[in-house]
Design a protein around this ligand. Structure first.
Ligand code: AMP
Length: 405
């Protein structure tokens, strides 16, 4: 399976993303950008886990009990052994790990050391659902793949440049400092990758561009990027702040939490679950997949219509706010599952923004986009783009930078 450039085997990076009960992976050619193999093990720790491995254009599935992430990674390595591609021949030069929370400490990718692992652990209270499984992934991968360097790529790193005015919550500063309460952002790998792609696609220097990037997937976030430097983002201390998402509420009056605790008798954990898992468009309509949401809207479902209206209203508010933060806006870019595929969302969100110079051409906007595409009319003041994100490739390339490849 290893193609060669001349005589040298092409270097690859194994990218790992460990969730609480899942392990996602991709074997990436960081130069060509190709995903050579990819897959996921889900329901780790449950009675029956399922693994899906995609390589050579074929999908292989396995169903069996997988007790922990170590066993999950062993299963993945067995799949590479049995189905291919052969990892030994694939010239894996690094393992890139997605880590959600890098706090104020990490402003870029780093080689995993004992000290880095300790810091990721220390930051776990800020991302209790994510950092512990990310760290477990690093530890099991180091044990099973000890001969390659491991690199941690932080989802918060791109937002370390946020000005203090944007990163600071207006609460008692001593409390904030002691408990590290500030806005770290998330999805940074995607916002960074996409904002750089924009400059490449337009053939303009990154330094000259004022951009808004809308990462609209099941999780959703917006960023304002001035000259390649992030100056605002919608996610906060955790990914719960900001836009309305598939299952997360986004911005909400914090007093709702006190109210539900005091008057509905809900525990903090129950409210956490409510706002993270049972809110957003799913909480309003019962569906978090936008394809199903549109079907409901078309069938006349009033709650689904409201869900879409609330989602679009929040998004439009953020576009206006970030326009004001940037002063001048050159490019507005849609990315991720909804942003790349949902032409209705793209068209409706810019309705009424013509006065800001933001509009889409209905023919250009129509359909799903698997390639970078300009969807604004010729001569528009703001270029509206769709740019597919690729977080795995971004992680692979950052890992290569760290190892000097
Ligand atoms: P992501 O988190 O980036 O993988 O995005 C996943 C979300 O993208 C899904 O929950 C859907 O809401 C949305 N999505 C995927 N495909 C489509 C499509 N063809 N049309 C509209 N939304 C889509």
């Amino acid at each position: 399976m290893t193609a060669t450039h001349g005589d040298a085997p092409r270097a690859t990076v194994l990218v790992l993303n460990c969730g609480s009960s899942s392990l996602k992976y991709q074997l990436v050619d960081p130069v060509g950008g190709e995903a050579i193999a990819s897959g996921i093990v889900e329901r780790i720790g449950e009675e029956q886990a399922s693994a899906k491995h995609m390589a050579h254009g074929e999908t292989t599935r396995r169903e069996r009990q997988v007790h922990d992430h170590g066993e999950a990674l062993r299963l993945v390595l067995n799949l590479f052994d049995g189905v291919g591609p052969d990892l030994a021949a694939a010239h894996v030069v690094a393992v890139g790990h997605r880590v959600v929370q890098g706090g104020s400490r990490f402003d870029g990718p780093v080689l995993v050391t004992e000290d880095v692992q300790r810091t990721i652990e220390e930051l776990s209270p800020l991302a209790p659902l994510h950092n512990p499984p990310n760290l477990t992934g690093i530890r099991v991968a180091q044990a099973l793949l000890p001969d390659v360097p491991h690199v941690a790529v932080f989802d918060t790193a791109f937002f370390r440049t946020l000005p203090e005015a944007a990163a600071t919550y207006a609460i008692d500063s001593e409390v904030a400092q002691r408990y590290r309460v500030r806005r770290y952002g998330a999805h940074g790998t995607s916002h960074q990758y996409v904002s750089r792609q924009v400059a490449d696609v337009l053939g303009r220097p990154l330094e000259d561009l004022n951009q808004i990037v809308l990462h609209l997937g099941n999780g959703a976030s917006a960023s304002a990027v001035r000259g390649g430097v992030a100056v605002e983002t919608s996610m906060g201390m955790t990914p719960l702040e900001g836009l309305v998402m598939g299952t997360r509420s986004g911005d909400i009056d914090p007093a709702v939490v006190f109210h539900l605790h005091r008057n509905a008798g809900m525990s903090i954990d129950e409210i956490d679950t409510l706002l993270n898992r049972r809110s957003g468009v799913k909480g309003l309509s019962g569906e978090n997949d936008f394809r199903a949401l549109h079907d409901l809207v078309e069938s006349g479902d009033a709650q689904a219509r409201l869900a879409l209206d609330v989602y679009l209203h929040r998004l439009r508010k953020y576009i206006g706010a970030y326009h004001a933060v940037l002063g001048r806006l050159d490019v507005l870019t849609f990315t991720a599952g909804v942003g790349e595929n949902d032409d209705v969302v793209r068209a409706r969100v810019v309705e009424g923004l013509e006065a800001f110079g933001i509009e889409v051409d209905s023919e250009r906007n129509a359909g799903r986009k698997s390639e970078p595409t300009v969807v604004s009319p010729d001569g528009a003041k703001v270029t509206v783009l769709v740019v597919p994100t690729n977080e795995e490739l971004a992680i692979a390339r950052q890992a290569m930078e760290v190892i000097g490849g």
